[in-house]
Write a new protein. Structure first.
Length: 334
């Protein structure tokens, strides 16, 4: 029998987890031959709710679901895990300053980084979703020095999916023919969705997206704005933040990390910068990546960066350096 993969999901009582867990347990991410043990972490007041989620998972009658364990103890949730999906975070409450939010989350991800360092497998792949995702990821990574820094990432796939969808709708094509759309930077409104290297297949021909769209004014204006502010638009309309699309993006991110990118595509993930494209080393910044079948990623090199892109990429890097400095002032980083 194939050994079950041990996957921890934090924020297990939350709305993203509720949309995510079925896909994980159904084999949509790690494959239809891979049994899975889910370790579901939330805070103590939410345990009754997580127990209810476990009952529902049992009732889904999924053959790949080996076990589902509810816990409020990170040491139990991270024990010997292969994958950590860190979805849970402190939400912004009324009257809360940005610095209060950063501080609360810095503490959470400091504790979780330390627990990962102690209890998880050294090969664990960590995806941080809880906001501010890039900086939370950086803190967890820095608090887990025994785990390779390449094993940490944060979610910008939702932004990539949003950008791909906007281009596909504009051109009247299916989303799967739009490739190499890049998200640079922070998962915030300073992110830079970049189609300068993107392609689209129309009638069997591969074309640059820029040539197919033929409207730089839209690409540099409304397109950017719609993608950058999509999260706020969803909150306004739904009175809740994105959950279904966030869960789908988590599945896409992990599936690509597990099985690799297609030869003709990139994926964007927030990863620790190695200084590529002049982005300060050490911050968690979203880059275009290619990934092989051993879960190893490479930052795509040699892309030409025009003046417009440079400016946008730098604005997001400056924001992330500021977030890093603020967050580090609240915790003990070695
Ligand atoms: P939610 O509020 O429905 O659920 C969050 C859950 O996390 C709650 O059950 C809460 O009790 C739990 N939690 C809080 N602190 C925890 C801790 N220390 N350990 C374990 N669990 C903890 O929120 P939702 O909608 O599920 O979103 C989760 C996070 O994902 C938010 O921070 C949100 O901003 C972020 N997000 C990120 C996206 C991205 O693209 N990076 C997209 C959408 C949401």
């Amino acid at each position: 029998m194939v050994e079950p993969l041990r996957v921890c999901v934090t924020g297990a009582a939350g709305q993203i987890a509720y949309s995510l867990l079925y896909s994980l347990a159904n084999g949509d991410v790690f494959g239809k031959a891979q049994p899975i043990t889910l370790l579901l972490l939330d805070i103590p007041p939410m345990m009754q709710c997580v127990e209810g989620v476990v009952l529902e998972l049992q009732d889904c009658s999924l053959p790949l679901l080996h076990d589902a364990i509810a816990t409020s103890d990170p040491n139990v949730a991270f024990e010997n895990i292969d994958v950590a999906l860190l979805v849970g975070a402190m939400p912004r409450k009324e009257g809360m300053e940005r610095s209060d939010l950063l501080k609360a989350n810095a503490k959470i991800f400091e504790a979780q980084g330390k627990a990962l360092d102690t209890y998880a497998k050294k090969t664990v792949k960590v995806l941080v979703v809880g906001n501010p995702a890039n900086t939370n990821c950086l803190i967890a990574q820095r608090c887990a020095p025994s785990i390779p820094k390449e094993n940490f990432s944060c979610l910008t796939r939702l932004d990539q999916n949003r950008a791909v969808s906007q281009v596909a709708m504009r051109l009247g094509v299916k989303t799967n023919v739009v490739k190499k759309v890049i998200i640079w930077g922070n998962h915030s409104s300073t992110q830079y969705p970049d189609v300068n290297h993107a392609t689209v297949e129309i009638n069997g021909h591969i074309n640059p997206v820029k040539e197919a769209v033929k409207d730089d004014h839209w690409l540099e204006g409304d397109f950017l704005k719609v993608v950058q502010t999509r999260g706020a638009a969803i909150i306004k309309a739904r009175k809740l933040s994105s959950a279904m699309s966030a869960a789908k993006a988590i599945c896409d991110h992990m599936k690509t990390w597990w099985f690799g990118t297609a030869d003709d595509d990139y994926c964007s993930m927030g990863v620790v910068s190695d200084g590529s494209y002049g982005i300060p080393e050490g911050i968690v910044y979203s880059f275009p990546l290619t990934i092989d079948s051993t879960h190893t990623y490479k930052i795509v090199q040699g892309l030409e960066i025009n003046e417009f892109s440079r400016e946008k990429m730098d604005i997001s890097a400056v924001e992330l350096c500021q977030e890093r400095d603020d967050a580090f002032s609240f915790i003990q980083i070695q």
